[in-house]
Every structure is written in structure tokens, then in C-alpha cells.
Design a protein. Structure first.
Length: 210
């Protein structure tokens, strides 16, 4: 299955992508993780991306498209893949089609803005491996420490309330139109955000038939 996850920042796409990846045995391609790694390492593309992320803006299309195209060419993507964080704009989606990147389904997780702001204020991210936790819904075993690598957990600047609001404005303007884009192609399915990760997963599995 070649799947795109749509939804506002903080909708839980990364968490659900990880679960679906194990269920379907296909890789998750997270542009966010790729970019954060580049920013940590201080690569040219990482430094360029950081200026946009810090301002709560989207990274330019040409940067993202080149990263994704290269990743999807790897052998582990042949059986299928889950795209988390890409495409984010209509031009990106059109560029995907021109490159022959196939999509079976665009899954949209629907959630209210005020719920997202409250949720993201409790999110913690590992400085080393970028694994995410939440102090309420998915807390680490040891407060402030990553379960996976033992790294320090912190609040990312783009999870701060003022930055989240700016990101939501951009989402509604530039990314939300993708729902209509994929609906016209009979590729869109939607699920309402549920009170728990498990309940949301159950709804997603139901609509995908997996």
C-alpha cells in the first residue's frame, strides 16, 4: 500500500504512521525526521530548512521533493510506503504525479485546532533520535529521558503555542486543500480524531481494511 497521511501538525500522523508501518510491513517516510537530522548535523540543507522551521513556515518545495524522491528510490519502498509530512502543498502533489510517484490512498486525520494546541504543548522530542512522546498520552518511562536511546527530551520550538498557531494558519491555507485534490482522484478517506491513540488506530484500520 502506498499511503499519504494528511492532517494538521499535531494530529498524530507520526504516531499512526509508526503503527501502520508495523502492521503493513512498509517503511514510513517522514520528511520531518529527515529535515531535523539535517538541522542537527548543520548540513547546508539543514541550515536552510532551520530558518523556515524556526519561523513556523514550510520548507520550500524543491528541498523537500529532492529528499523524498531519493528516499523512495530505495529497495525497502518497493512493496509500498507511508508518506508522513509530504506532500504539504498542491504543487508538491502535482510534482509527485509528474515524477510518477503513485499513491493508493490519502488518509486525513480530522482534529480541531484547540485540541492540537493543547496536545502539542505536552509533546516532548528526543534531541538525539527525534522520537516523540507526550506527557499525558504517551509518557516516557523515565521523565525527560528517551525510552529508545536514553537521550534528553525537550519541547521543540515549533511545538510552542505561538508557533503552533502560525503552523495551523499555514496548514489551513496551503495543506488542507490537498483533501479536495485527492478527493477528485477518489483517493481520499477521512477519520475523526479519537480520545486515545488506540481508538484512532482502530478507526484507521477500519477505513483502510487492514
Amino acid at each position: 500500500m502506498r499511503l499519504i497521511l494528511l492532517g494538521a501538525p499535531g494530529a498524530g500522523k507520526g504516531t499512526q504512521a509508526e503503527i501502520l508501518s508495523k502492521t503493513l510491513n512498509i517503511p514510513t517516510i517522514s520528511t520531518g525526521n529527515i529535515l531535523r537530522a539535517a538541522m542537527r548535523e548543520g548540513t547546508p540543507v539543514g541550515l536552510e530548512a532551520k530558518t523556515y522551521v524556526d519561523a513556523g513556515k514550510l520548507v520550500p518545495d524543491e528541498v523537500i521533493i529532492n529528499i523524498v524522491k531519493d528516499r523512495l528510490s530505495k529497495d525497502d519502498c518497493r512493496p509500498g510506503y507511508i508518506l508522513d509530512g509530504f506532500p504539504r502543498t498542491i504543487p508538491q502533489a502535482e510534482a509527485m504525479e509528474k515524477l510518477g510517484i503513485e499513491v493508493d490512498c490519502a488518509l486525513s486525520i480530522e482534529i480541531e485546532d484547540d485540541v492540537i494546541i493543547k496536545r502539542m504543548s505536552g509533546r516532548r522530542t528526543c534531541k538525539n533520535c527525534s522520537q516523540t512522546f507526550h506527557i499525558v498520552s504517551n509518557p516516557p518511562k523515565i521523565d525527560g529521558i528517551c525510552d529508545f536511546c536514553g537521550g534528553e527530551l525537550s519541547v521543540r520550538k515549533d511545538d510552542a503555542p505561538e508557533t503552533v498557531k502560525a503552523r495551523l494558519e499555514i496548514y489551513h491555507k496551503e495543506t488542507e486543500p490537498l483533501k479536495a485534490f485527492y478527493e477528485k482522484r477518489n483517493r481520499l478517506v477521512s477519520v475523526e480524531n479519537q480520545p486515545s491513540v488506540e481508538a484512532t488506530t482502530a478507526e484507521i484500520r477500519k477505513v483502510l481494511g487492514v
